[in-house]
Write a protein that binds this ligand. Structure first.
Ligand code: NOJ
Length: 557
């Protein structure tokens, strides 16, 4: 592993920009379509930067836009250092970074190091070179598979015509790299530098816990599950291998070697960050990565699977916040992303179905009270943005979009749908192209009034949810997010720091942040008195005099 310098990395600066940043996730295929072909693209993102500047976010994270056959929506990368023609060109990327910089918005890109695409030149070379070749060493080929299962369903091994098997922890179009091969290590160092040279402010690291596999590739013990690294628990043999910590330290050194101004990067005079995707069942699993000399951040995913319950929310917040305090690490809060059902829908169903999804739920067959889910999602947004630390907002959540459950089977694109033998409808429902204006699909998703169908169909009933419809409505979800971000930007209590829980009635979460800020969210069924305040800064819904109605959140001063 090549290291930039021999000196150990210093703990991260407590004032680093990313510690309290609000980052907006752009899923490029579904954000905005500048060439009118029904798929989003980078010029589309550039053309809609005004929306993001008005919203008031600090940075955007771009999900993959690299050349890809889209076996997994672009998380199957055929070339890590280019832009897929469907999304534009490298010049379009540079224009986007510059345009964002002009609006004070940083750009984070997605790096996918666990696997590439079956179309990556090195995988094609490995297939052509045959068993025993040096080309195959960069991947994980074996004469016999072990019992590992793909995260997407079905076996994690696919046989090639010469009889060998290759490992893919996700789709068969996503062969896993062999991270014990120096070519792979060196290649990703070049990839980091390539994007740093173009001015990115950081990297979101895909499945950051899985890159190294246990020596000998032992079978998974039947019945075991990936879980906390504490005595009595097991971890999968393809996650949390000790070499990961060393790898992320080496990446940190590369990022740190890019201080100050960099060439084409007017946006980025700040040290770049890393934010790691690790779905871990227990904070102890995350702890080693937060020691401060490797990864900058781990996503704080705990709230996403949490049902609408004050007690359950508090448990998750406490665990994550305590971990951040104890380690000095940073776990930005997340309520939505391109892998989970949208929160309007999660909060709009019987919450026992969130605790234990049934086969019917996996098929999207359940009653959803969108109005209730919207109220709760708005309250949750105020909670998200009041918590100590950074936050990620998934595109469309600022519009209060629900999950689109009724996508016809033949239009579904997520490989999970077929790999689970259609037992799970997959993640397409949160990836539907955004509605910008108009009263019917495609809601001006494509520039120039194009009426070409979008790559995933949009619902017929989103007219009231478009950006244009919400822009001038003071009560809209869009304006709630804008107001919250504007207050957050100026209020000295918000952003990084600490919180103090306040005694609140059952079903109510209340915490104070210094100086002079209180959050209350009523998860219960009855109105409760507003307490601890002089002024209402912002409420997620109408208040009843001095009462906070159910499913409502409020910021108090
Ligand atoms: C996590 C990404 O968020 C998800 O969309 C993708 O399918 C898997 N990693 C595999 O890359």
């Amino acid at each position: 592993m090549s290291a930039e310098t021999e000196s150990p990395a210093q703990p991260y600066d407590q004032g680093a920009w990313w510690r309290d940043a609000v980052v907006y996730q752009v899923y490029p295929r579904s954000f905005a379509d500048a060439n009118g072909d029904g798929e989003g693209d980078l010029p589309g993102v550039l053309s809609r930067l005004g929306h993001l500047a008005d919203l008031g976010v600090d940075a955007i994270w771009l999900s993959p836009f690299y050349p890809s056959p889209l076996a997994d929506g672009g998380y199957d990368v055929a070339d890590y250092c280019d832009v897929d023609p469907r999304y534009g060109t490298l010049a379009d990327f540079d224009a986007l970074v510059a345009g964002a910089a002009a609006k004070n918005i940083k750009v984070i890109v997605d790096i996918v190091p666990n696997h590439c695409s079956a179309e990556h030149p090195w995988f094609r070379a490995a297939l052509a070179a045959g068993p025993g070749s040096p080309e195959r060493e960069r991947f994980i080929f074996r004469d016999e598979p072990n019992n590992w299962q793909s995260v997407f369903g079905g076996p994690a091994w696919t046989r090639v015509p010469d009889g060998q098997w290759y490992l893919h922890l996700f789709d068969s179009g996503q062969p896993d790299w062999n991270w014990r091969h120096p070519d792979v290590v060196a290649m990703f160092e070049r990839v980091l530098r390539f994007w740093l040279d173009r001015g990115v402010a950081g990297f979101r690291i895909d499945v950051a816990n899985m890159l190294f596999k246990q020596d000998g590739l032992p079978d998974v013990v039947p019945g075991s599950q990936g879980g906390p690294l504490t005595p009595g628990h097991t971890s999968m043999p393809y996650e949390h291998q000790p070499e990961l910590l060393e790898l992320y330290r080496s990446w940190r050194k590369i990022l740190d070697s890019y201080p100050g101004d960099r060439g084409a990067a007017p946006a980025c005079t700040a040290p770049a960050c890393t934010v790691a995707e690790m779905w871990s069942g227990h904070p102890d699993q995350a702890r080693p990565y937060l020691s401060g000399d490797g990864l900058a951040q781990l996503f704080g995913f705990g709230l996403m699977p949490t049902p609408w319950s004050a007690e359950e929310f508090r448990t998750v917040i406490d665990a994550s916040h305590r971990l951040a305090r104890e380690t000095g690490g940073s776990l930005p809060w997340v309520l939505g992303n391109h892998d989970v059902p949208r929160m309007v829908t999660r909060f709009g169903v019987d919450q026992d179905l969130v605790r234990a999804p049934t086969p019917e739920v996996l098929l999207g067959r359940m009653d959803v009270d969108v109005e209730l889910g919207t109220r709760r999602a708005r309250a949750a947004a105020l909670l998200l943005l009041a918590l100590p630390g950074g936050a990620y907002i998934y595109q469309g959540d600022e519009l209060g979009l629900p999950e689109y459950l009724a996508i016809p089977d033949e239009a579904r694109q997520d490989p999970m749908f077929e790999r689970t033998l259609r037992a799970f409808i997959g993640r397409d429902g949160c990836r539907v192209p955004l509605p910008w204006s108009g009263t019917a699909p495609p809601y001006a998703f494509g520039a120039g009034g194009t009426r070409l169908p979008t790559w995933l169909p949009q619902p017929e009933d989103w007219a009231a949810l478009t950006v244009a419809a919400q822009r001038d409505d003071p009560g809209s979800t869009l304006n709630l997010y804008r107001a919250a971000l504007a207050i957050r930007r100026d209020h000295p209590a918000l952003g990084d720091g600490d919180l103090t829980w306040l005694d609140a009635p059952p079903g109510v979460l209340a915490f104070a942040r210094d100086p002079g800020f209180t959050l209350m969210v009523n998860f219960g069924a009855e109105p409760v008195p507003l307490a601890w305040h002089h002024d209402v800064l912002l409420a997620s819904g109408p208040l009843e005099g001095d009462l906070l109605p159910p499913d409502t959140g409020v910021w108090l001063a």
